[in-house]
Design a protein around this ligand. Structure first.
Ligand SMILES: [Zn+2]
Length: 388
């Protein structure tokens, strides 16, 4: 079989095409390698950043900037770095310069705005930060991040109405459940109303808090307080008792208030029955201690003592022991009294470790109940230690 010149040409054509393609590809590869030089320096800088060596990172980034100052990512990373180092003014300058460039695309511009907003936040220029985050939320660019930062600002500024609006938007955008937080914002507003003796408005807010989160203990507590202040003890007791279903850990916060409510209504039997039944339902230190006092004033010290001893057998605890000593001290004579006082002193020391409040999130400990943890800034994470 012989090939004609024509046949040969046809055979060689694909090969020629292929080799041309190969040359072109090699050329392209060489070129892309060249254009990757810049980002490789950028990644090197990033590496320094990740290894907590910001000084070396700055060096690298500045070198890159000299090569090509149009590198947006580098600008952003550098600005971020300056902000983290606390050099906020430099960060602001970098981000402002970036935004001023008309060549920026939409994504780059919104990213730079988000960074600039955080610079302002760190510099304490809250109004400017707020404006930028609002703009981002409106144009739906980085909305979730912008809304989170807005929420942070409004909480810091105690602008609770705005915080409620933003939290609702954030819930829609992120799919996160913000209801417990929203309920606290309503409670904050209600507390302000309450201190200004505007009970009607406070009640409205607290109802909205319970609509947002029907487990909001704080709203029930305050609704009870308002009713008690107005002499509506039956209603007050109703609100406080609801805490039993909302979160039993907090019942100790209102046990005394509930008892006082019954006493104000001269309803000794109601008082006794409620604590007897709810103690049987839940147990718990606070309910038992209050019930011991109720028995003491109703049936005398001996009956109260008997109740506490039985309780301590089932659940040994320092609070019960303390109460037992307290009751015994009243009837004790001179020398026995001194011994008991000494013992009570020791128990009291022990008891302080089991009093107060602690955050389940960060471990913060405090003597009073904070709804917003000062340690980790979470709502609703602090609970009474006594019930643990
Ligand atoms: Zn905490």
């Amino acid at each position: 079989m012989f090939f004609s010149a024509n046949d040969l040409l046809w055979l060689l054509l694909p090969l020629a095409a292929a080799s041309g393609w190969l040359v072109a590809r090699l050329e392209q590869k060489r070129r892309t390698r060249q254009s990757f030089d810049l980002p490789s320096a950028y990644f090197k800088g990033l590496n320094f950043l990740l290894n907590e060596q910001p000084d070396k990172a700055i060096e690298v980034f500045i070198r890159v900037l000299e090569v090509n100052s149009d590198t947006v990512e580098t600008h952003l990373a550098l600005g971020n770095l300056f902000r983290r180092r606390g050099e906020v003014e430099r960060a602001i300058r970098i981000h402002q310069n970036l935004i001023a460039r008309p060549t920026l695309d939409r994504e780059q511009r919104s990213l730079a705005l988000l960074e600039l907003g955080q610079d302002y936040l760190k510099a304490g220029l809250l109004d400017r930060a707020e404006n930028l985050f609002q703009e981002l939320a409106e144009i739906r660019a980085h909305s979730e991040q912008a809304l989170k930062l807005l929420l942070h600002i409004y909480q810091q500024e105690k602008e609770w109405e705005k915080a409620i609006t933003v939290a609702r938007k954030l819930a829609r955008v992120s799919g996160r459940d913000m209801n417990s937080m929203i309920a606290h914002f309503y409670c904050e507003l209600a507390e302000l109303d309450y201190t200004h003796h505007n009970h009607a408005s406070a009640r409205e807010r607290l109802k909205l808090a319970l609509v947002a989160d029907d487990k909001c203990v704080r709203a029930s507590m305050l609704l009870g307080d308002i009713d008690a202040r107005e002499g509506n003890y039956r209603e007050a007791i109703g609100h406080w008792q609801r805490i039993e279903q909302q979160d039993i850990h907090y019942i100790g916060e209102v046990a005394e208030r509930i008892a006082e409510g019954f006493r104000r209504m001269d309803n000794d039997q109601g008082l006794y029955d409620y604590f007897r039944v709810s103690l049987r339902r839940h147990g718990g230190v606070s309910l038992a201690l209050t019930f011991a006092d109720i028995i003491n004033s109703r049936e005398g010290a001996e009956a109260a003592e008997k109740f506490i001893v039985e309780w301590l057998r089932r659940a040994p605890n320092v609070h019960g022991l303390h109460k037992l000593l307290e009751i015994n001290l009243v009837k004790a004579k001179d020398s026995a009294r001194n011994d008991l006082l000494m013992l009570k002193g020791i128990i009291e020391e022990l008891r302080t470790q089991h009093l107060g409040y602690a955050c389940g999130e960060c471990g913060f400990k405090g003597k009073s109940l904070h709804w917003l943890c000062p340690g980790c800034n979470h709502w609703n994470t602090i609970k009474p230690v006594r019930e643990e």
